[in-house]
Design a protein around this ligand. Sequence first.
Ligand code: KIV
Length: 281
Amino acid sequence: MSTQLPEKRKPNSFNPTKITTQTVVDMKVRGEAISMLTAYDFTMAKLVDAAQVDIILVGDSASNVMAGFETTLPMTLEHMIYHTSCVVRGADRALVVADLPFMSYQVTTKEALISAGRMMKEAGAHAVKLEGGKPIADTVKRIVDAGIPVMGHLGLTPQSIYKFGTYKVRATEDAEAELLMEDALRLQEAGCFAIVLEKIPSSLSQKVTESLSIPTIGIGAGPHCDGQVLVLHDMLGLNKDFHPRFLRRYADLHTDIVHAVGRYVEDVKSRDFPNKKEQYN
Ligand code: KIV
């Protein structure tokens, strides 16, 4: 496995230094795969940006991986604004997309617009992501009309986990698959610049991807999407207990960190740390 970072890309019309929503739409046209990863803080955002990921998603999965909640429901707009502002300060190149949290956009379109506006003004996000299809299409259109780019999210939408009752693959039956296809078309019509497809059959994500002019970004949705997304802490192996079929681990940081911290504790206990070179005289 190469440990070299990709060479810094030269700016030109197809390969700009900063990724925009237009860049990712153009990538679909050119058949170039879009890479997206989550990040929730400045340091991780800097690392992910240095590795030239195209999109950083400040997901409300922060609820699980940063705050230790079981679901994404407890996240507030204030939490998400805080995490997003940290990520924006660490990202020079990537497009930063922020999740609008549960109940910050579902009650009224006006409230949704205010939430999206706060995410842009206070956190500096470049776009927002909302979960759902037809029921939120008018809201998506209103936010887009106000000049705020929107990414959609269909399939397994974790904010609806209590409605689904399970984290199993969605849209395996024809009726739900047809609904999902209609939802995707409605979101495109409403002005979304991209749509996340989470945990749906690969054949369905292929059909949706081929039917849309905007990119699809999959997680557990197979290889036919225009891009892929994973939760950073999962792909870095920071989380030992989560191993869905779709997850590929690129590191085992859980082991590395536990070993490193263990060595530090031993060195402190044995008074090996600090040594002569690690003190001021
Ligand atoms: O919150 C999140 O991390 C997400 C991704 C799983 C797509 O929405």
